[in-house]
Design a protein around this ligand. Structure first.
Ligand code: ATP
Ligand code: MG
Length: 487
């Protein structure tokens, strides 16, 4: 706590333990000169538990004893601030605090090493206050990858003076081309003498006058304007911004439970993994590789480069690498040729399922897209699924390849998947693969295979890589032995 208050003890009611809440209180305090005014009443020489704040329905962290000398928190006038907005919809109800806590941690982890002074949460957005030495570009690149961020903006910090705020608003909107605009203000520092309506009217008039001087045909439109200039009166500097940058959207990382992804080196499965991460799932990865590759063409380096890139979104990940060629040879030897690829997929699902259970994952995800190749006809997908007990999610099932490639470019996996590599699936490819297999036909085709032993063989051969995102970089570690992979 650096607000200058002499605080001897901070009590936290058991239900209020999140970092977000504590930070919020620190922030709330900073714009009141007397903590007692905000946090409670004094009786018998002690500060008692607080009355609830007018805007709060939950109890807050409170000070048990606050001595005189409380001063306002100083925010630098020139340090850049990034205003981060999230989707509202899912933040309603009892889970709000959980999701906000995860988003807060994700912002903090993503921005590690960039030079963040602190992250605050005044109401329905986060304010990332950067140090004067921080690179704004590096910070925006990091925030761009944080799941759960709807949009964000680099704000101009200006002194709390209406004239200065109007000038800053004009600086923000002048370079942008638009036909309609609105000014929206928020005043979390209630010491500021002007009300929200006055701020909006003054800045709107100032901007409109200058636009007219320049001969620009622009009008104010409060509903659905092309450009919104936002003014936030926060403790310290006021913040002004108009140029929104798109975030990833979705839910914050690691809020929905665990899933295991069957990751090939191709475009689809990496994009499928991203889609699930964006809905809050935490993914572990399973990659099957062949040994017939020419030097430098193994799929292993592609799989690990993909996981390295995807780890940026969920902060840590595991990649299981399973040697698959011996298993394929068994299938080639004992099963009908036209079912080969489908039987490969069934074995992959079975092995991935065991590894998924080890990771306490509740489902599998693949990059299948309906009708993309012979193994992905509706009947074949259903016949393959019958071998798995776990739910299998296919987020790309209705996606076109063009859409998939666009997403791959956006999330940084396109270049990696474009590298040449030795894919194990086309090995021993049949001339005429079955298009309309049924589960009983595949069961029958597997009847000469010792399926449990092959699954066991795959699990025993698996090796593990661990990925961790810190300070803007992903570190990879490899446990020493295969036994370690089994942990
Ligand atoms: P692309 O179609 O862009 O080449 P893909 O990842 O979709 O890439 P497919 O051959 O279409 O590859 O395979 C369908 C799905 O089967 C994949 O999305 C993936 O989930 C799974 N799969 C295929 N090959 C492997 C593999 N070697 N290791 C792990 N999973 C695999
Ligand atoms: Mg595919």
């Amino acid at each position: 706590m650096n607000c200058g208050a002499q605080v001897t003890q901070i009590l936290t009611p058991p239900t209020v333990g999140s970092r977000v809440r504590i930070r919020r209180v620190a922030f709330e305090l900073s714009y009141f000169r007397h903590a007692c005014y905000l946090f409670g009443t004094r009786s018998n020489g002690r500060w008692s538990a607080p009355a609830l704040l007018p805007r709060q329905r939950r109890p807050l962290v409170y000070f048990a004893q606050v001595k005189a000398g409380f001063t306002t928190c100083k925010h630098s006038m020139s340090n850049p601030v990034i205003v981060v907005h999230y989707h509202e919809l899912w933040l309603k109800g009892a889970n709000r605090r959980f999701f906000l806590g995860k988003l807060f941690s994700a912002l903090r982890q993503s921005l590690e090493g960039v030079g963040v002074e602190r992250i605050e949460q005044p109401g329905d957005r986060f304010l990332v206050r950067l140090r004067s030495t921080a690179s704004v570009q590096a910070a925006t690149e990091r925030v761009r990858n944080v799941l759960g961020v709807a949009y964000f903006a680099v704000a101009q910090p200006v002194e709390q003076d209406l004239g200065a705020i109007c000038r800053a608003a004009w600086n923000e909107v002048e370079p942008v081309l638009f036909a309609t605009f609105a000014v929206r203000a928020k005043r979390s520092d209630k010491m500021f003498p002007h009300r929200v309506m006055e701020i909006e009217a003054a800045a709107g008039r100032y901007i409109l006058d200058r636009l007219r001087e320049q001969g620009r045909d622009v009008r104010v439109q409060l509903r659905d304007p092309e450009l919104t200039c936002r003014i936030e009166i926060t403790p310290g500097p006021a913040l002004v911004y108009a140029r929104k940058l798109a975030g990833c959207g979705g839910l914050p990382a690691n809020t929905a439970g665990k899933i295991a992804c069957l990751l090939s080196g191709g475009y689809d499965s990496a994009v499928a993994a991203y889609h699930m991460m964006k809905r809050g799932a935490h993914l572990s990865f399973v990659h099957f590789y062949g040994t017939g590759a020419r030097p430098g063409e193994s799929s292993l380096h592609v799989a690990s480069a993909l996981v390295r890139q995807l780890t940026r979104y969920q902060f840590n990940a595991k990649l299981y690498r399973v040697p698959f060629e011996a298993i394929q040879r068994e299938i080639v030897r004992y099963a009908p040729e036209d079912f080969r690829v489908l039987l490969y997929r069934r074995m992959m699902l079975r092995i991935a399922q065991v590894l998924a259970k080890r990771e306490r994952a509740l489902a599998l995800v693949t990059g299948d897209s309906l009708g993309q190749v012979a193994s992905q006809t509706l009947r074949n997908l259903v016949a393959v699924d019958a071998a798995a007990e776990m739910a299998i999610f296919r987020p790309l099932i209705g996606a076109d390849k063009i859409e998939v490639l666009e997403t791959a470019k956006r999330i940084g996996t396109y270049e990696i998947s474009s590298e040449p590599f030795h894919d194990c699936c086309p090995v021993f490819l049949p001339k005429a693969p079955a298009l309309f297999a049924t589960a009983p036909q595949l069961d029958d085709a597997e009847s000469h295979l010792d399926v449990p032993t092959l699954v066991e063989q795959g699990i025993r051969g698996a090796t593990l890589l661990r990925f961790k995102y810190t300070g803007g970089r992903v570190e990879i570690t490899e446990p020493q032995s295969r036994a370690a992979a089994a942990q």
